[in-house]
Structures are given as structure tokens and as C-alpha cells.
Design a binder for this molecule. Sequence first.
Ligand code: NDP
Length: 450
Amino acid sequence: MSPFDFDLVVIGGGSGGVRAARVAAQHGARVAIVESANYGGTCVHRGCVPKKLLVQASRFPRSAASARGYGWAAEVADLDWRRLIAHKDTEIDRLEDVYERNLQGVGVQTFHAHARLVDAHTVQLDGDERRLTAARVLIATGGRPATLDIPGKEFAITSDEAFHLDALPRRVLVVGGGYIAVEFAGIFRGLGSEVDQVVRGPRLLGDFDEDIATVLARHMTQQGIRLHLGQELARIDKGATGLVVTTSTGSRLDVDAVLLAVGRRANTDELGLQAVGVAMDDRGAIVVDALGQTNIPSIHAIGDVTDRLNLTPVAIREGQAYADRVFGGLDVPVLDHETVPTAVFTSPEIGVVGLTEQAARARYPDLRVLTTTFRAMTLAFGGSPDQVFVKVLVDRPTDRVLGVHLLGEGVAEMIQFIAVALIAGATWQHFRATVALHPTIAEEIVTLKD
Ligand code: NDP
């Protein structure tokens, strides 16, 4: 007879925590999960899901412009922002219900409270006298947007608030050059805002292949997004008609909203981690081994709270693997981060898998780099200036494909399956042996020449 109330208490009801709790319960474990805000976490409420809906909303004016090239008298005018946000919220409420009902359906006890560790096997629920004891604790509390410590920082918003603005800002300054910054710059511009973007480095998307970042910057500039590279935000003041921002070079801009997208921090505050002695790194993320084990044997952590590869499907995979290993007794291989595909939902979007050219050159001296840039027939016919960019990296001695980098319409859907090929160890000869499917954008990948 176990001395604990539960076999597992999961702290955090986001994508990773929910998956771990559900699968552990399906393996027969007695499971509780504690969430202080909303089941579904960042992805469902303040990330991937609402972001994708806003991206879709922002693309209709582009589609309408293209439709005119096809003979339609199409116009898209007068965005009803409030209706868009209300409809998005209805969809998210529905998803949250589904998340919690799925947990309860497999017997997981769900709690709405802030959880704090008291010792290696005990969790205290705030605002509640209850303490939950468990053989194991899984921390899956995710992350939150970082902010900047500058004068006027209280006037800025982050991606959390951007999904709930009362009105679409007419003039927006986006700060940062990562995933969130470029996606929101594209959303606001597509919806009709004037957009300036301040990036402290010399380029966008510092972790991505340099060429694809250059091609993206060209498209964003063409769409009217004003990029200010090599500058930082120095201060924000209230002006007569909105906000006045000053950058590190002394430039001043009048805007209505300042969106900080300067990275994310692990949610490790007030979890009682110091008291229990859970090791954290200098950015406050929980230190774990390849299996998510912390320095305390009964405590594991998964997802963004460990600040490794901060992507929803990675957290889900880690949650599934934890539950399968610990409660299902399965021998689950460690996830290979190098073959995780990722997309950036700019317009046009980016899809990548594998090594960047810079990383590949460092490890594979005899590298073959195949690239092409072209205009897709159907877009060009509609008058769109958008280009498609393709880069494939091949290790010449083994012919193995090391990385594929795409920018263009629909490439997020393509890269999912190119990742299958890379995981299967595909060579460039395999790509070349595949007969082109005509007329598509994807055929240009398999017909690519040096
Ligand atoms: P990123 O790490 O992608 O980018 C952070 C950006 O902020 C970088 O340009 C960085 O510049 C800049 N920055 C950091 N500190 C400062 C500072 N003090 N002043 C000015 N600029 C600064 O973080 P995001 O917030 O965009 O996204 C967080 C994570 O969320 C991503 O890593 C990603 O994994 C995930 N995500 C995934 C998405 C997807 O899959 N489509 C979409 C959105 C987010 P520098 O390069 O110089 O450090």
C-alpha cells in the first residue's frame, strides 16, 4: 500500500503536463494535476493556437489582392477586431474544456490552484488547506514573456496581452528579432497596422539559417514593415497621441503600442524549488538530464520550464515519454532535437528541419549547398511579389541530407514530411529519385540542382 495520496502530481496544465498526466493515468497510475490559470497553457491561450488564428486573419488582404489578379472584384475592408478576438476566445474556451474533460475522463483529479513544493513528495495548494502527497512530482509550468528594465516599461505589452487588446493599434513597435517578434510584426502589418521593428542584433532570427533570415527581411520590408537593426529600445514615454519610443541610437518614434518579444523565462518562481533544493541554471530554468530527471530523484521536469527546445510538440513528446517510461515501463528513445521540424508563421512562412548552413559547415567540411529562389506560378499570376526560397544541405561523402530550409506559402505543411525523410536517414539521391509532383512548389525541392 503506497504511503502517498497519488503516484504522480503534475504541476502545470499546459500541453506537456496534460499529456503526461493523461498517459500516466492510462497506464494505471493515480494522478493529480494542478493548474493555476487555464488548462491548455501557453499554446492554447497565449501562443500557437491564437497566434495561428491571427496569422490566418492577417492573410486575407493578401488573398484578396491576389484574387483580383484572377478576375475577382475582391476587397477586404473594415476588420472588426473585437469580433475576431471574441470568436478566437470562444474557440479557446472550447479547447480548454476539452483539455480538462479529457483528463477527468481517464480519472485524473484536476485542481485549480497555485502549487508549491513543500518537500520532495508534497505539494501545497495555495488558497486551500490541502496538501497532495505523491511518489513522484512532474513540473511542467512552462514559461512567460521576458520584459525589459527600461524607463516606461509599464507602457509596453508582451504577447500575453497582444491577444486581448481592445482595439487594433494603428501604429505598433515590435521589439526583438525572434519567432514571436517576426510573427507579430507580420500579423499586425497584415491586419493593417503601421509596424516598426527594433532588433538589437544585425539580423532577424539569430538561431536560423542566415540566408532564410535575409529573404524574410526582404519580404517584410517589401510589405512595409520598417526594420531597425542594430538598435535597442531605450525608453518609452507617454506622448500627446500615444507613446513616444526612443531607441539606443536616439531615434524617436510615435506609436500606439509597444510589443516586447525579447525571449521567454522559465516559470520557476514561487514553486518552492529552492526550499526543496531543485537545481536551476542562471536563467532560472530547471536543470534536467536527457530523461527530464532533476537532481531530486522523485522530481522530473519537462517542456519550457527546462528551457531546452521550447516548442509545444517537444513538451508533449517529453510528457508522453516520461509517462511511458515511468508508469508504462516502456523503453522510449531520447528525443533527437536535431531532427525536430519547426515553422515560423510569418507571411510567407518558414519551415526548417536539421542543421543550419553555419552549423553544418562546422561539423561537415565537405558540404554541398543547393539553393533556389523563384516565384510560385499561382502567386505570381495573382500579382504577388513573394518568392519561394529553398536551401538543402548535403554531406557530400555520405550524401546524407543534413538540413532543409524553406520559405514560401505552405512550407510548414511540407517540412513536417521532409522531417520524416531526414529521420529515415534520407540521402540526396532519395530526394532526386522522387518523381516531381507537378505543378507544385514542393517539386522544386526534388528537382533542385547544384
Ligand atoms: P527568441 O529567443 O526566438 O527571440 C528573442 C529575441 O529577443 C531575439 O531577437 C533576441 O536578440 C531578443 N532579445 C533578447 N533580449 C533582448 C534585450 N534585452 N533587448 C533587445 N532584444 C533582446 O524568443 P521569442 O520570445 O521570440 O520566442 C520564445 C520561444 O517561443 C522561441 O524560442 C520558440 O521556441 C517559441 N516559439 C515558437 C513559435 C513557433 O514554433 N512558430 C512561435 C513563437 C514562439 P538576440 O538574438 O540578440 O539575443
